[in-house]
Ligand binder design. Structure first.
Ligand SMILES: Nc1ncnc2c1ncn2[C@@H]1O[C@H](COP(=O)(O)OP(=O)(O)OP(=O)(O)O)[C@@H](O)[C@H]1O
Ligand SMILES: [Mg+2]
Length: 259
């Protein structure tokens, strides 16, 4: 699936105040790419994710999926597209608190009209694939943050979408759970899916093959990620050299870049 955004503007109006969240964004993401999107808080990353994921509409400009302008789709066709082709993962998991892990994962299949026995089987399979085969009946509050996020990933995957949109999926997790989520996203990419990931952390962004940087609702950088570059672990541990190369915000290997 090819996702293309052409000259996207998004203006929010709130109590008479105009907020220009996106100011002319154009990009094209081919099937199978792994793209990370970085930018400071308020720069428009989530707005862009919602628009390319067809959860929200631009004020002007167009989104094309496989060359077709989505503004020409009916509400039903749009809902179908979101249900079958795109999986969303959010920073705050967005699980239903009163439902078990299994029920949460089954939900998109209920919307898709799949019958109960098949739903159950597929949801169990999806939960097993993220290592939660032994937590089927736990509610979100009875799971760790990392486990909740894995339930959310299982839910996003249940209809086998070609595209995964993940908006700061590791933002609320400790580094170990974050690493687990990144392993899952990497393997989804290796299976041929498109992964689009919003993150504040430079080290997480480097899992991708392409990095897009947004500032004030505009793309200011769009470049391939150089995977051959030695990681910090590979380099000689010479303090002055590291700080010269990485700048003042990235001194230690676990230090996150706050944007
Ligand atoms: N529903 C809304 N109504 C009004 N303004 C909004 C709405 N959603 C977002 N905004 C504003 O649009 C701008 C872009 O918001 P967006 O959520 O896309 O930023 P972001 O890059 O995802 O930030 P963060 O890193 O904090 O999540 C911000 O100034 C925000 O306050
Ligand atoms: Mg956001």
């Amino acid at each position: 699936m090819i996702i293309e955004a052409r000259d996207i503007y998004k203006t929010y109006y709130l109590e008479g105040v105009e907020i220009n969240a996106l100011n002319g964004v154009s990009l094209k993401i081919n099937g199978g790419e792994f793209v990370s999107i970085m930018g400071q808080s308020g720069s428009g990353k989530s707005t862009l994710m919602h628009i390319i994921g067809c959860l929200d509409k631009p004020t002007s400009g167009s989104v094309l999926i496989d060359g077709n302008d989505v503004s020409e789709l009916s509400e039903n066709e749009l809902a179908d597209l979101r249900l079958q082709k795109i999986g969303f993962v959010f920073q705050t998991f967005n699980l239903i608190p009163r439902a078990s892990a299994l029920k949460n994962v089954e939900l998109p299949l209920i919307y898709a009209g799949i019958k109960a026995t098949e739903r159950r089987e597929r949801a169990i399979q999806a939960l097993k694939s993220v290592g939660l085969g032994d937590r089927l009946y736990n509610r979100p509050s009875q799971l760790s943050g990392g486990q909740q996020q894995r339930v959310a990933i299982a839910r996003a995957l249940i209809n086998n979408p070609g595209v995964i949109l993940a908006d700061e999926p590791t933002g609320n997790l400790d580094s170990k759970s974050g690493a687990e989520i990144m392993r899952i996203l990497n393997s989804l990419h290796q299976q041929g899916r498109t992964v689009i990931l919003v993150t504040h952390e430079a080290e997480i962004a480097e899992h991708a093959n392409r990095l897009i940087r947004i500032f004030d609702g505009r793309i200011i950088e769009d470049r391939p990620v150089n995977k051959d570059k030695p990681t910090i672990e590979d380099r000689p541990a010479k303090k002055d050299r590291q700080s010269r190369e990485d700048g003042p915000t990235r001194k230690g290997k676990r230090r996150e870049v706050q944007e």
